[in-house]
Unconditional design. Sequence first.
Length: 397
Amino acid sequence: MPASLSAVLCAALLLMVTMGIRQSSGLFISPINTTTGLGVVSLSFALAIGQFVWGAIQPVAGAVADRYGPGRVLAAGLVVLAVGTALTPFMDSTTGMVVALGLLSAAGSGAGSFSVLIGAATRRLDVAKRGQASGIINAGGSLGQFVFAPLAQRLIATVGWMGAMYALAVAALAALPLARALRAREPGVSHAHADGSGGLRHAVRDALRDRSYLLLHAGFFTCGFHIAFLVTHLPGEVGLCGLPASVAGNALALIGLANVAGSLLAGWAVGRWRSKMILFSMYASRALLIVIYLAAPRTEWTFYLFAIGLGVTWLATVPPTAGVVGKLFGTRYLATLFGLTLLSHQIGGFFGAWLGGLAVAHTGDYQWMWYADAALAAAAALVNLPIREARMEAAPA
């Protein structure tokens, strides 16, 4: 197997573990609340902190990986993720949950996530293959949600939420050999904006002055709000509709399964159409789906069809977003610059998770959050249109 393909597959498998564990966290809110009595608002706040920390660690982890190589960063992330997950059952206060779930688990998962993995794998590839590779890696994260969400739900039902947490910690440690496969430090690739102007600091400075880069951040902020709200509070929405908890686990799994296809499709599309138009289509489809959901009866199949529709674009925004960053600035500092867009994504994620908890605590449902979610998805679609991106050249016959 070529080394480049092996790196892409290892990155996809590692993301399957870190994202699978992270995206299952919403399933634990109700059982943890039953045991500790901390309340939905407190637990939502801890997970909201986790949304922010997961994003905040990515540019830092990306910068370290750009300088020293990704292997040690990924291994450290897996260990910290395992520690945070294993410590959660010992926490009986809001502060403890913030430390275990909001800081340790989130930081570990973030260090083993998109910015480091895509940066490690794509710099080994030609420009024409990077979009497809990003799609494959992204599909690994989606497959993790498909595998881990129903698994976590089953473990909660059979061995309790504490036993489920211990099992997820073991799964994180079991992925350590995958980090070793990506340990080699890769030489830098020429960087259109930064390499000739002084390195990483200048690359970040130039990027933050670029209007297209800032618009990309704005769109990704709203994407984070949307995803964090759903992954954190979809189980609560299912419960409010009087449906069994298994519906939430199945819906999250369907989102992940649909996004395997969506991610691969997005990776393929990046090589054929401008990424900003792909992002416009994805965000606009989310706004439309939410409007349809609000008008539909709250049945089991409504949630499943809604999950499949959302799943097609769920994390499929990553390949075109990384593609725009790569086109604007090259791949030398892709892990860092894409990590900064992920930070914007997770600032949105903080508000999506936290405000969802406040909404249900003060109004008894998530209705106003759905309205906000639809409006932000529409706004995310529109802010991508002015992004500066060259038209795709037709491939030779």
